[in-house]
Design a protein around this ligand. Sequence first.
Ligand code: GAP
Length: 425
Amino acid sequence: MQKIVSFSKRRGFIFPSSGIYGGFSSCYDFGPLGVEMRKNIKDAWWNSMTKGKDDIVGIDASILMSPKVWEASGHLTAGFTDELVECKKCHHRFRKDFVKDKCPDCGGSFTKSKKFNLMMKTFIGPVEDSASISYLRAETCQGIYVNFKNVMQSMRKKVPFGIAQIGKAFRNEINPKDFIFRTREFEQMEMQWFCSSKDADKLFDYWLKKRLSWYYDLGINKKNLRTYEVPEKELAHYARRAVDIEYKFPFGWKEIEGIHNRGDWDLSNHSKHSGDDLKYEGFYPYVIETSAGVDRNMFAFLTEAYQEIKGGRRKDANKEVEIVLNVDRRLAPVKVAVLPLVKNSPKLIKKAKQIYNLLKTNMVCFYDESGSIGRRYRRLDEIGCVSAITIDFKSLEDDSVTVRDRDTMKQKRIKINKLLDFLNV
Ligand code: GAP
């Protein structure tokens, strides 16, 4: 875990938020490579949900919504709480299910537990009174339910169909922890599939399978993923059934995505509270939801890909530990790097820059001329760069370059005018 945290900072993936002020509890900033990788994860998800699909459309709803939404959804009234205990001695507060009977900080005993609502409160406008209270959304899907009719009518959709959305969500977690695993600000990728109640069970199994294969396809090893059928007494207030997709993190098996059968909880409650009838052909559609965390996904993909190879991968390598980020090429933050073999030849540099200019508008591309070629390869392997192009003296004669593959380290000679086709990224 510590290795991934320091690697993420050192190579520009994830920085602690407000670092120059000593950080800000549980908040993180995504650096230049982190933001590329997150975008790739989101694109992969968005493409798998919406690309070439007639029956799933996307929306982007606002983070601030009417507080009435959260009354209707049950987040303010029913179950969106955690049990909180406070140490009688040092007054530190903990989520009850995260501690045993003694305070982990001072050994003191706890008060009786009380319920703590996780909605993140804010005020709208210049007056901070009860009439101006609003909440940052705790799950993105509520923006989908309140737009169910808008989407159906404007897009002329018929049930069954789905709505997908990616966006930030906020929860006032009592004990955020484990790096970007549990934070107060995070991002979700959610898809709500509206269907008839009789098809719901079958569709639940369908979407669970589909989501598992998405992770496998992007390189997560089957042995590092498992499913957990949430027992009835642990179900969220809206859920009739829930299965968590869990990843084997350095700190144990933990949820990265939830598949939920929400029944008609959301549409019927919003109908009741708003007075707007959200029935479709006389019934409330059931909702099968797939709800994945972008941050937990990123953490899982980084964990899966991060490899330390003692003594390096080549026989003649020095004895240093070599790091390779063996991430799927679709998720890799940098696709290709352009490396002139030496930096003291103006002709080589000119050629290399021409190639860099050709590639950089097509894909995320690095240019690097400093250090030995072996060192440069290792720096690129570390950030998961898929291909490295070396321009040598032969390139000046025959307009070809070598392309080295990150995983096999094999090199191929390719004509410059065939490069874009060959890289195919
Ligand atoms: N709309 C349903 C829903 O929000 P959830 O199981 O509460 O269900 C879904 O959350 C996903 O959102 C989780 O699997 C996780 O990936 C992510 N998530 C939830 N709380 C989080 C937190 N505090 N920090 C980071 N990710 C979180």
